[in-house]
Design a protein around this ligand. Structure first.
Ligand SMILES: [Mn+2]
Length: 404
């Protein structure tokens, strides 16, 4: 396939969220708010207004928790509130997003390329693909494990977790990268990263809202089917380098680990570190990691929470996640967002990732020349439309674009 270029923009990829924050701040795309702002409703209201006007990312340096206390952990919101910042997170400019899709389309090809000429053209890409394999670094202490809390030290109320909309049942973790691994050595059981909102239900418990077709839920099911009796390990990464975050929201094929795709986006593999209490690996440069296990049989009522439809979801059962450790940097930053009627951050991500889909759609449906997912329409109506015109797969891609 022609037109595929490797991921190397010539600059070092962002090693961490704070690297990216620095770039955004020096480019005037991030501001710090020193006034106290409540995690309850206020942050949602501010981010809603910022999104509508293409405003900057914000670090609230003095978040006020539900009990009125000031959180020592600042909150970052609206990180990917513009298409420009999504592209920057991929070490790209907005007009280059199509390249990402071309590479994805290439990776999905069932047949290897034919002929030497093409093979030679692909050498730079081959190098990049090698870079995708995640590596485990030996750290004295990984940054994300400078602080390790276990047992009675665990209390999710220590984190400045947002309550986004009125009447919701409990604070909601909105930007978690949930790392899991299936029971076998098969490709679909590699490390999976997905974003599944998490309702806090106690000091050390949440619910894990993964819809049943999502990667994490599928591995959870395979884990149970494999006859495992112990609960399913999971690690929740809050705040990572932007390449890893964006890999987790990109519809990569289930047979490719999002860690590998993150390596491809960054042109440099993600440095991982072993978790303290579960057999999983997380980005060493992450801000905060919540380790634990997802129950195979204990389910709780999730919701209702405000959703991208502009309404509250109905209550559904999802499995219980029990925390075994919280690890973090000494001065962590908590990444958050909200979901609501577009424009919200997921809809901006959907709009940016639209360019990533065009080559994928064209691969499946060569008659498609271009495709545009209007901002704010990464929604059911649009997906139904896509399904009628292009079939279930196109609809699925859109769903993943908009999915969180
Ligand atoms: Mn996946």
């Amino acid at each position: 396939m022609r037109g595929v270029t490797p991921y190397s923009s010539g600059v070092m990829p962002y090693a961490s969220l704070r690297d990216f924050i620095q770039r955004l701040e020096s480019a005037g795309r991030l501001v710090r708010v020193k006034e106290p702002v409540s995690t309850v409703l206020e942050m949602t209201e501010i981010q809603t207004r910022l999104l509508a006007e293409g405003g900057p990312a914000v670090i609230f340096e003095k978040p006020i928790r539900a009990d009125g206390s000031v959180s020592p952990i600042p909150v970052l919101v609206n990180l990917f509130g513009t298409v420009e910042r999504v592209a920057w997170g991929m070490d790209r400019e907005p007009h280059q997003l199509k390249e990402v899709g071309e590479t994805l389309a290439f990776l999905r090809q069932p047949q290897p390329p034919e002929g030497w000429r093409e093979a030679l053209e692909l050498v730079p890409l081959a190098k990049t693909v090698l870079a995708m394999k995640p590596g485990t670094k030996s750290f004295g202490t990984a940054p994300c494990q400078e602080v390790v809390l276990t047992g009675d030290q665990i209390d999710l109320a220590q984190l400045p977790i947002q309550s986004c909309w009125p009447g919701e049942p409990a604070p909601l973790i909105t930007w978690p990268l949930v790392v899991t691994k299936g029971p076998s050595g098969a490709r679909e059981d590699k490390f999976n990263l997905g974003i599944y909102r998490m309702q806090v239900t106690g000091k050390n418990t949440t619910l894990m809202r993964w819809l049943k077709h999502r990667g994490g839920a599928q591995q959870h099911q395979r884990w149970a089917k494999a006859g495992k009796t112990e609960p399913f390990p999971a690690a929740v990464v809050l705040g990572a380098d932007p390449g890893t975050i964006l890999a987790a929201v990109t519809p990569v094929p289930e047979t490719l680990s999002e860690y590998q795709f993150a390596g491809l986006l960054r042109g440099k593999r993600v440095e991982l570190v072993d978790c303290k209490t579960v057999p999983l690996k997380v980005p060493a440069e992450a801000e905060i990691v919540i380790e634990g296990h997802v129950s195979l049989d204990d389910y709780g009522d999730e919701g209702p929470y405000g959703d991208h439809t502009g309404y509250y979801n109905s209550v559904e059962k999802f499995p219980v996640f029990t925390v075994s450790a919280i690890t973090m940097r000494r001065d962590p930053i908590y990444l958050s967002t909200f979901t609501g009627r577009p424009p919200d951050e997921p809809s901006v991500l959907g709009e940016a990732l639209n360019d990533v889909f065009v080559p994928l759609l064209r691969q499946q449906f060569p008659e498609i020349v271009d495709f545009w997912l209007p901002p704010g329409l990464g929604t059911r109506a649009m997906r139904h439309e896509a399904e009628e015109q292009f079939g279930a797969m196109a609809a699925e891609m859109l769903r993943r674009a908009a999915a969180r």
